[in-house]
Design a protein around this ligand. Structure first.
Ligand SMILES: Cc1cc2nc3c(=O)[nH]c(=O)nc-3n(C[C@H](O)[C@H](O)[C@H](O)COP(=O)(O)O)c2cc1C
Length: 214
């Protein structure tokens, strides 16, 4: 039963580009067959509390004697980790907010990236190794090579580091750039480039959903 975990974090509930693309991914996944299921976790509509206790960053056996996280917080962490465990693939909407991740998405990372539980640390266990995750990042400007924004993107590198390098997941990245071309007058001349970026992202999302769900 191919199961998808669909995460969104955009604070825009009307015109979000990342929500459009993650929704297209999920629709393509569902269209592959009735057995293709999707769980949606909307990190903006239902935000997680910020990590309430540093002890949650470690498996219980690695905590200090004074680290005793609230059982409710531990239960929430276990639920979030189980959602990833149960998924055959993930699609993650990751808009750029002030060159970085929405804090709602960062909070999710802080719950599921756990030394000794999901991250190999004192044992070689790496339960999420090889699990496909598609990061969909929308951004108002462009960060392409050769542009002034090159090298300033702090959305994709930390997601690749945590989900890919550390958790061992198989990361694909889809970007839609220049989404503010229709709002910010100086970007208006780049509207054609924005449309091309969106069309390419839609094609890539459809192809990835079909490949990963088949
Ligand atoms: C709080 C906030 C901060 C933003 N910061 C940036 C930024 O640093 N760089 C950028 O290119 N666009 C920035 N934008 C524009 C968004 O990245 C752009 O609107 C993107 O399409 C948002 O994703 P969404 O369409 O899925 O909501 C920002 C937008 C918001 C709401």
């Amino acid at each position: 039963m191919p199961h998808l975990l669909h995460l969104d974090s955009s604070a825009d509930l009307q015109n979000s580009v990342s929500r459009g693309l993650t929704g297209l991914f999920a629709d393509t996944w569902r269209a592959l067959g009735d057995e293709h299921t999707v769980l949606v976790r909307d990190l903006h509509r239902s935000p997680l509390p910020h990590l309430p206790d540093a002890g949650l960053h470690y498996a219980a056996r690695l905590r200090t004697s004074t680290e005793r996280p609230d059982p409710d917080a531990e239960a929430l962490q276990a639920e979030l980790i189980a959602e990833v465990t149960n998924a055959d693939a993930l699609v993650v909407g990751a808009p750029m907010y002030n060159w970085s991740l929405p804090s709602t998405l960062k909070a999710w990372i802080d719950y599921i990236h756990v030394l000794g539980t999901t991250v190999p640390f004192d044992t070689p266990d790496s339960p999420f190794a090889g699990k496909p995750v598609v990061i969909v990042s929308s951004r108002g400007n462009t960060y392409a090579p050769g542009t002034p924004g090159e090298g300033t993107d702090s959305v994709i590198p930390p997601l690749q580091q945590t989900l890919g390098t550390s958790l061992g997941m198989s990361v694909s990245v889809v970007t839609a750039e220049l989404t503010l071309a229709d709002r910010i007058p100086p970007l208006a001349p780049l509207a054609g480039q924005a449309a091309e970026s969106l069309a390419a992202a839609q094609d890539t999302v459809r192809a990835l959903a079909t490949e990963l769900g088949s």
